[in-house]
Write a protein that binds this ligand. Sequence first.
Ligand code: F1P
Length: 350
Amino acid sequence: MESGGATLREIHSQPEVWGRCLNTLDKLDLEPLVGDKDPRTHEWLFVGCGTSYYLAQAAAATFTVLAAVPVRAVPASEILLFPGLVFPNEEAAIFPVLISRSGHTSEVLQVAEFLRQRGVEFLAVTCDGNELTHLSTRTLKLPVTEESTVMTSSFTSMLMALQYIAARLAGQDEFVDALHALPAALARLLPIYGPRIEKFAQRSFDDAAFLGQGALYPIASETALKVMESSSSYAQFFHTLEFRHGPMSIVSEKVLVGALLSETGYTEESAVLLEMKGLGGCTLAIANQLSPEVLRSADLAIELALPVPELARLVVYVVWSQLLGSRLGLRKGLDPDSPRHLSRVVTLVH
Ligand code: F1P
């Protein structure tokens, strides 16, 4: 198969995969999964590794806003190494959600065992299933099959599923309707921006920084990870306005500064990106609607134009980094289907 073929195919399959997942979710009975775990009485704790950890953070942001409750996200290793930090109070009613595409990642399975020994029930969210599904009676297995090492459609589908659950629990049916509008919206955007990203990726960068705030911070984090994984390039991520507090000293014409601009913070966030352009950086702007100054100055501008609430747009913001990572990798002569040093699942041998 052509280099990067599987990853690119999976990225482009997302409209169809999302449609299939939403269909599954519409038929799902949430009662046995989470019916007795009201987020107002149980603190939901999202857990994962790598891409699934950023997914955990994005899901937590969604729950906090939609259900108006405090929620946390931690990497699985944090529970294993510092349980006292994550569970300071043994009596607290906590409902963990373990997220793992493979259901086979050692740290996640060890957390499942840790919880089982303490009698803490948890929800498993997965695509492949595997051992994880045998460790909990509460399992959500999505109809997503991914061959690639890097997670693309699995990330967006599992995030969409958790957003769906948040909306249902919060009684926000219009948010569920908004999610249903996304497959068609992405199908419209891919032929417009796919070729532009391919062209943009012909440039070479010494360094890259991706910026986002609020619920877009975990998406900026995943954006950087995708670029690192698929193109073996170094990429960092920051809260957008934090970039002025030191990191901007890296900016030069060989540095890519990519900003995932929110609607809420657009004025302040876009000012950072314009400043970085002024300092000579190469800029990428992604927003639902871009101002004329940003459209004029950005080296690549992606406008989503999605008529849905801001939080429902998260999965569409991430798709461009999936393409960018793969295209940069291909330009460097790498195979994004087999990233250097990575395996599809991290299994630790003791
Ligand atoms: C998580 C993960 C991936 C990463 C890598 C190894 O997997 O860390 O995010 O790309 O290839 O595994 P999972 O627990 O979601 O299966």
